[in-house]
Design a protein around this ligand. Structure first.
Ligand SMILES: NC(=O)c1ccc[n+]([C@@H]2O[C@H](COP(=O)([O-])OP(=O)(O)OC[C@H]3O[C@@H](n4cnc5c(N)ncnc54)[C@H](O)[C@@H]3O)[C@@H](O)[C@H]2O)c1
Length: 255
């Protein structure tokens, strides 16, 4: 599978690293990022043959079969729709987009173009006994998703990098090992490449991302209203999910 990456920062590095770990199924052939020099630097760092400053140029690249969108959330819908029109399959980073209207438009554009819209929830692909915390009204249960794969470590001076979003490595930290593998990124990209080839059926697609979007709406609205919100939940006129927390009257107008 010939893959083009849109974006060149944190998540783009994860995807490039993930694809390198699955060379039998895919290869990154192009990257696009608007800041002068960033795409070229990323391409050099990862040995990618072509770099563009406009993602639309990447979409015109005839070698690219599948794109991975690692650009900011507000751009996911537009890039997906443009990619579908260009006949490229799409892997979209989470969250799928900002609104349910965008989710519907993305799903429809890909359906119409006959391309796959794959939703990059890498924890579906993370190994072993990784799990979640569940809180009920009469009890709770825990399972350790990532720390179960980490190394409990103490350092007085800090040790560089521990894991995504860990601001410090001084004192007790839980540095992850084999980070990409334990998050599931290579397994995810291998599965998506095989879906495009038709040998596997997507376990995470646009509809999956849309459900997550709806749950996000409901979670923010629940926080804003201070009460349980049941699904289905589809308020209109929402610009981004967090607005339902900050402006709970938006949720109250929902039929
Ligand atoms: N799956 C995960 O665990 C995970 C982890 C981190 C981030 N993400 C998601 O990945 C996406 C990117 O996150 P990040 O932390 O790398 O963000 P970032 O802000 O560090 O990087 C965004 C990249 O997109 C590029 N970009 C901006 N406008 C663009 C455009 N018009 N065309 C092409 N590229 C453009 C930027 O130049 C930058 O290279 C977000 O949607 C985020 O939610 C997912």
């Amino acid at each position: 599978m010939k893959i083009g990456i849109v974006g060149s920062r944190f998540q783009a590095d994860c995807i490039a690293g993930a694809v390198k770990a699955m060379p039998e199924d895919g290869e990154v052939v192009a990257v696009a990022s608007p800041t002068e020099g960033h795409a070229a630097g990323f391409a050099k760092r990862h040995g990618i043959p072509r770099a563009y400053t406009d993602y639309r140029e990447l979409l015109r690249d005839p070698q690219v079969e599948l794109i991975s969108i690692t650009a900011p959330n507000r751009l996911h819908a537009q890039i997906t729709i443009d990619a579908a029109k260009a006949g490229k399959h799409v892997v979209c980073e989470k969250p799928l987009c900002l609104t349910l209207e965008e989710a519907d438009a993305m799903i429809e554009a890909c359906r119409k173009a006959g391309v796959l819209l794959l939703y990059a929830e890498e924890l579906f692909f993370a190994p072993m006994d990784d799990c979640i915390e569940v809180f009920g009204d009469k009890g709770q249960t825990y399972a350790d998703m990532l720390m179960g794969n980490a190394l409990p470590t103490y350092s007085e001076v800090g040790l560089g990098y521990a894991v995504e979003k860990a601001a410090t490595t001084r004192g007790w930290t839980y540095p992850v090992f084999e980070e990409h593998w334990n998050y599931g990124f290579p397994q995810e990209m291998r599965h998506f490449a095989r879906c495009v080839r038709g040998t596997e059926t997507p376990i995470s697609d646009g509809d999956t991302g849309r459900v997550v979007q709806e749950v996000q709406y409901a979670a923010y609205a629940s926080a804003g209203l201070g009460r349980t919100v049941l699904l289905p939940f589809r308020p209109t006129g929402v610009a981004k999910p967090i607005d339902l927390w900050k402006m709970p009257e938006r949720a109250r107008t929902t039929p």
